[in-house]
Design a protein around this ligand. Structure first.
Ligand code: KIV
Length: 272
């Protein structure tokens, strides 16, 4: 396992990091078998697995439930814990923003009640920075997340972020503040590639891009987008295969085959 403490040296080695999301045992086993460095149990599972319109409704209890399933899926294909990818869990909306104590309690539950060994938090408001500092000093590895932060969808929408120089300077300042607070890595979502590259050059911690160009230290994708499982794709996520389109005909065919009269069903029942 690539422990959070080793992520900086991985950046120094120039070896790119590959992260994918998972939401249940099946997806966890797939991404683990594919050889990812880390599995993100992202709160995108609210939309991918639970059918919500945004990530906001998912609760910490639900995240823990899904994370345990992902952990079982990972273990089913990589039984040796030392060889398993790092599991990172997204702290869901309003499970850490209310106070540092709330963040500590939530992260404590993650590390005690699930196989995740790190958490991800969105944003870099002063309260969030204070919470991250406290978590890190308490032994909780924290990944930051800037740019498009889906927990702020009602303020930001899902559009590309930091498209003007003022907003870009703000992201650069926030990223440095997250590093100082102790984040071991930073996810940067849906921002111009030049900004992601500046972050990559500025920060000693790995910058993991999603819809932020290819000049990052690594990439993360929502696995359902990569596999074409969802009806709507984000503009920056190219599906490598369209599993939904492949699955539907098989499912329809099966349903129709059950309705079609077979010779057995059509023939009269045998007399006893
Ligand atoms: O929730 C999630 O899946 C994420 C990724 C988009 C990085 O945060």
């Amino acid at each position: 396992m690539l422990r959070p403490g080793d992520w900086m040296s991985r950046k120094q080695e120039g070896a790119p990091l590959a992260l994918l999301t998972a939401w249940d045992a099946l997806s966890g086993s797939w991404v683990a078998e594919a050889g990812v460095d880390a599995v993100l149990v992202g709160d995108s599972l609210a939309m991918v697995a639970l059918g919500h319109a945004t990530t906001l409704p998912v609760t910490l209890d639900e995240m823990l439930h899904h994370c345990r399933a992902v952990g079982r899926g990972v273990a089913s294909v990589i039984p040796d814990p030392a060889a398993q990818p790092l599991l990172i869990l997204d702290l869901p909306f309003l499970s850490y923003q209310c106070s540092t104590e709330q963040a500590l309690a939530a992260a404590g539950r993650v590390l005690k009640e699930s196989p995740a060994a790190a958490v991800k938090l969105e944003g870099a408001e002063p309260e969030t920075l204070a919470a991250i500092d406290r978590l890190v000093r308490s032994g909780v590895p924290v990944m930051g997340h800037l740019g498009l932060t889906p927990q702020s969808v009602h303020q930001l929408g899902y559009r590309r972020q930091a498209t003007d120089p003022v907003a870009q300077e703000r992201v650069l300042r926030q990223a440095e503040a997250l590093r100082q607070a102790g984040c071991f890595a930073l996810v940067i979502e849906h921002v111009p590639a030049d900004l992601a590259q500046r972050l990559q050059q500025l920060l000693p911690i790995p910058v993991i891009g999603i819809g932020a160009g290819d000049r990052c230290d690594g990439q993360v994708l929502v696995t359902a987008d990569l596999l074409g499982l969802t009806p709507r794709q984000p503009p920056f996520a190219q599906a490598r295969v369209n599993l939904r389109a492949q699955a539907l005909p098989a499912l329809r065919q099966w349903v129709e085959s059950q309705r079609a009269p077979t010779s057995a069903a059509a023939s009269p029942a045998p007399h006893c």
